[in-house]
Design a protein around this ligand. Structure first.
Ligand SMILES: [Zn+2]
Length: 275
């Protein structure tokens, strides 16, 4: 990501000009994805991070020369293409920059046919949105790196952002395990359960141990973590005691991870936690 930032923010660096010439510019800030099979691996792997990188950036418009009017996020929280898809469809300037669409007289919006009444209202709405962004400056457009307070890219903030997105996307409940006040050994054991890594018979068999894999409590089902700790009829009795003590009702989740999520919701609603 560091190189994507450098590519987007350094002007006239020789290395950048070389890459630009080789792959071509896609959207003013980066190149097209390399398609050639040989000799492009390094830039291809850098370029493949672009979407993640761009999601954490915002454009600060200067003279508007590097900001695509419809495609980039610069007025509000989303692209104008997304906010006004009907007008984008009619536009003759789908890949124009702000500078190309703005002169001293105002915005120069061109459409491929005369507008209907309701479309005129939409254009009025668009112009209203644009009103607060009308002042261009002589400076080049710049990127802000949103995760950093100073808007400057740093490898540390990029790492933290990527870690956060991994943990959010996987729904991994690490906070529910490590950020609550329980004895350390309980947290460790819960962690192992959530990772499906405790030595239940199914896991032991995966490691080559030979067992009759039936649950030793009920002898009805295979001993998996989710069965032993959630669904076994003997375990369910314990759960009922716990649930009755707390005066709550719930459907037994399918997995330990879902159970942790239920606890978390329950804790947020009742304001405290018991285990
Ligand atoms: Zn059982």
């Amino acid at each position: 990501m560091k190189w994507l930032w450098r590519f987007a923010s350094q002007e006239q660096a020789l290395w950048k000009e070389t890459i630009k010439a080789r792959f071509g510019m896609e959207n003013k800030w980066t190149t097209y994805m390399p398609t050639q099979p040989y000799g492009t691996g390094v830039w291809r792997s850098i370029r493949s991070q672009w979407i993640k990188f761009a999601n954490n950036c915002k454009i600060k418009v200067g003279n508007g020369g590097k900001t695509l009017f419809w495609e980039h996020v610069w007025a509000g929280q989303e692209t104008l293409k997304k906010k006004y898809p009907d007008l984008f469809n009619l536009s003759l300037q789908k890949v124009s920059t702000i500078r190309e669409m703005r002169d001293n007289q105002g915005w120069d919006l061109r459409f491929r046919r005369h507008l209907n009444d309701w479309e005129i209202n939409r254009v009025a709405d668009l112009l209203n949105t644009l009103e607060q962004y009308k002042d261009l400056t002589p400076n080049e457009d710049n990127l802000f790196w949103l995760p950093d307070k100073q808007d400057r890219f740093s490898v540390g903030s990029a790492y933290k952002t990527s870690q956060r997105s991994v943990s959010q996307s996987s729904g991994w409940p690490w906070k529910m395990i490590w950020k609550v006040k329980v004895p350390f050994k309980v947290a460790c054991f819960t962690w192992l359960l959530a990772k499906q890594a405790t030595l239940t018979q199914d896991n032991l068999m995966k490691r080559g141990r030979q067992f009759c894999s039936w649950c030793s409590f009920c002898e009805c089902e295979i001993e998996t973590i989710n069965h032993l700790f959630l669904h076994c009829r003997e375990t369910v009795k314990l759960w009922h005691i716990f649930i009755n003590l707390r005066g709550i009702s719930w459907t037994m989740p399918r997995s330990i991870k879902e159970a942790l999520a239920c606890w978390n919701r329950d804790r947020n609603q009742s304001g405290h936690r018991e285990r």
